[in-house]
Write a protein that binds this ligand. Structure first.
Ligand SMILES: *Cc1c(COP(=O)(O)O)cnc(C)c1O
Length: 400
């Protein structure tokens, strides 16, 4: 393809992109328009849980595209029924609404909680609508999900915010308790905060939160858009804490690269009535066929234990790297990990790693003092070793 005849500025500049264009991907590898290859530790931001263009998604989507693409959510279709049933069989939830993005699934969770707070009013007979969320949390880029997020600067960026999202501190149960008032209807959190730098909620905190929300008649909503679908080594991250939330959202990994997300709720909480929730592509068979292919792969015997093993291997290798290059340490769960650099060299590392020759390395630095690793869940130990040696080379190159 000849790119010079097209205009890169025809795209809105919503982020600072490097000056290269990706044309092909397979597994952990991407190829750009010059033919240079890159080892990809972003994987579409934890989206391609089986790597780029896995055979099972190629087969599932190819078969479905020739059969039926879009009958409309006004009617049932086979793949959406199959995927919803698979999800409810393997979780504590009973009902599923499919969406196109994590933010849309979270909007649905927020609407569901507000509806539930209208049906389950407070002692004074008023609707409950406040959802306690967390500082540094991330729930998406629609107005309501930005308001629910606790990212610095987001409270004023598109002011006025959507009201009703007081912020507590992760792993501080008293900070949650203090915010509960007569308008409170739910607590919503990421079991592992992803965007803010891979900060896991502790098992003790999740269990205390479940007990507190039960006791005060509040919903517990887990946003597993990033941490769900096998990323932590459990199918769902809430399972790490042996609790059962009331509502969960999924996104990213669930479609393995095909845009798909989901809102799941327990039967007593699934209180939408016809007309209150929907979307043109809700449960689209092309997307849900991809979801079935992904979930089938994740449920194969040995798949999730291998994620745990490789997560531990990656963690151990990162700790060895810390010793060698005097870095601060690592943290995370399964194959969602962060390397604490101890100094603000993240963006420099990202650039130098991408520019390595003849093979580049794609890394993510969500904060200047941190790198985040979100490889494909079926990554090999060789691909981990390869990344560690490239990263070590970059650190040496930069004088660290
Ligand atoms: C990425 C992400 C979202 C938003 O998902 P989109 O598909 O980008 O809308 C929401 N919550 C969490 C935890 C995420 O990581």
């Amino acid at each position: 393809m000849e790119f010079s005849q097209y205009d890169i500025n025809a795209l809105m500049q919503i982020t600072n992109r490097p000056n290269l264009v990706f044309t092909e991907g397979r597994g952990m590898w991407l190829t750009d328009h010059t033919g240079k290859r890159y080892l990809d530790y972003l994987q579409g931001w934890a989206v391609n849980c089986l790597g780029h263009s896995p055979q099972c998604i190629i087969d599932a989507v190819t078969a479905q595209v020739g059969k039926l693409i879009n009958p409309s959510p006004a009617f049932y279709n086979e793949p959406s029924i199959v995927l919803a049933s698979m999800l409810t069989q393997h979780s504590c939830f009973d009902r599923v609404f499919f969406a196109n993005s994590g933010a849309e699934a979270n909007e649905g969770a927020i609407k569901l909680a507000r509806k539930w707070g209208k049906v389950n009013k407070n002692a004074a007979g008023e609707n409950r609508y406040e959802i306690i969320t967390f500082n540094h949390g991330f729930h998406g880029r629609t107005l309501a999900t930005m308001s629910a997020s606790g990212k610095a600067g987001w409270d004023t960026m598109f002011a006025p915010q959507v009201p009703g999202f007081p912020k507590a501190e992760l792993n501080d149960i008293e900070s949650v308790e203090k915010l509960i008032g007569d308008k409170t209807v739910a607590v919503m959190l990421e079991p592992v905060q992803g965007e803010s730098g891979v900060i896991p909620a502790t098992r003790e905190f999740m269990q205390a939160l479940r007990a507190l929300t039960k006791q005060r008649n509040l919903l517990l909503i887990v946003d597993e858009v990033q941490a769900g679908m096998g990323r932590t080594g459990e199918l769902f991250a809430y399972q790490l804490s042996d609790i059962e939330p009331d509502v969960m959202t999924l996104g990213k990994g669930i479609g393995g690269g095909v845009p798909l997300a989901a809102l799941l709720a327990r039967e007593e909480v699934a209180c939408f009535e016809p007309g209150e929730q929907g979307g043109t592509y809700n449960g689209n068979p092309l997307m849900t066929a991809a979801g079935i292919a992904v979930l089938t792969e994740l449920l194969k015997p040995g798949f999730l234990p291998a994620v745990r093993d490789k997560g531990e291997y990656l963690g151990a290798e990162l700790r060895r790297l810390c010793v060698r290059h005097s870095l601060d340490g690592e943290r995370g769960e399964g194959l969602l990990r962060a390397l604490k650099l101890g100094k603000d060299i993240g963006p420099k590392i990202v650039e130098a790693a991408r520019n390595l020759e003849p093979i580049g390395l794609l890394l993510n630095s969500p904060r200047p003092d941190l790198l985040r690793f979100m490889p494909a869940l079926n990554i090999t130990t060789e691909e981990i070793d390869h990344m560690i040696s490239m990263l070590s080379e970059v650190l040496t190159q930069l004088g660290h």
